[in-house]
Ligand binder design. Structure first.
Ligand code: 13P
Length: 260
């Protein structure tokens, strides 16, 4: 189970430090209770190093929100995998719908970044998800299948731990309108089938597939209890340490299974 916070374009340096410090304190308070839940936060690039330092005494990993596909070069304004490594990143979010929507990213571009991340031993959190119109038109599965296959085309992985996928229905992001546990579970099971086609029946169930889209402390448990939902990618609620950790608490409860 992985609970990852995507801070998006929020927090300047000092706000990021305060938030990371609050996350560290809330994690320390919970002690061993969080042993079975992996946590990560993905602040803006400029705060990665400072956030890593604030979290140094915890097991909370740090990730980036995007990355370039080349090691280095004349790419003004871009950040590379080796740079992310040098500030202690373990994860990198790739293909977020906001990157697709506002910055013209497509499956082929995401694919080259995913390949680069894996080559550099960063764990890509590959985001996929349909729009409302696509869901209403009955195309949700076809869209997600195309995105998963496109992003992972010819990306060999040696083990399930090298890859994370996040299902983020675009209509649920930042809207307060979360997918129902049944809708999310059905899509996660479908994504596992697509992953099985790429990486085999054996590895696919172990590849973590996170749900993202208005996950909050009050709705997290019912989502995380679903058999194919392996964690959450949290936007808004990751900007308050207590809300973020509230979702981690729900993950702990969910891993213990539904109440009989
Ligand atoms: P919200 O949790 O704010 O809906 O954002 C989800 C998301 O986009 C995480 O990447």
């Amino acid at each position: 189970m992985l609970i990852a916070g995507n801070w998006k374009m929020h927090t300047d340096l000092s706000a990021a430090q305060v938030l990371a410090r609050n996350v560290a304190a809330a994690v320390a308070e919970r002690g061993a209770a969080l042993d079975d839940v992996d946590l990560a936060v993905c602040p803006p690039f400029i705060s990665l190093e400072a956030v890593r330092d604030e979290l140094a005494d915890t097991d909370v990993a740090v990730g980036a929100q995007n990355m370039h596909f080349a090691d280095e070069g004349a790419y003004t304004g871009e950040v590379s995998a080796p740079m992310l490594h040098s500030v202690g990143c373990r994860y990198v979010i790739l293909g977020h719908s906001e990157r697709r929507q506002y910055f013209g990213e497509d499956d082929a571009g995401v694919n080259s970044k995913v390949q680069q991340a894996v080559d550099h031993k960063l764990i890509p959190i590959v985001c996929v998800g349909e729009t409302k119109a696509q869901r209403d038109g009955g195309d949700a599965e076809a869209v997600v299948r195309t995105q998963v296959r496109g992003a992972l085309k010819e990306v060999p992985i040696e083990g399930a731990e090298q890859l994370v996928v996040a299902y983020e229905p675009v209509w649920a992001i930042g809207t307060g309108d979360t997918a129902t546990p049944e809708q999310a579970e059905a899509m996660h099971a479908f994504i596992e089938e697509v992953l099985a086609g790429l990486y085999g029946e054996e590895m696919a169930p172990d590849i973590e597939v996170l749900y993202g889209g208005s996950m909050k402390p009050h709705n997290a448990r019912s989502l995380l209890e679903q058999p194919h939902i392996d964690g959450g990618l949290i936007g808004g609620a990751s900007l308050r340490a207590e809300d973020f950790l509230g979702i981690a608490d729900a993950a702990v409860t969910a891993t213990k299974g539904p109440i009989a």
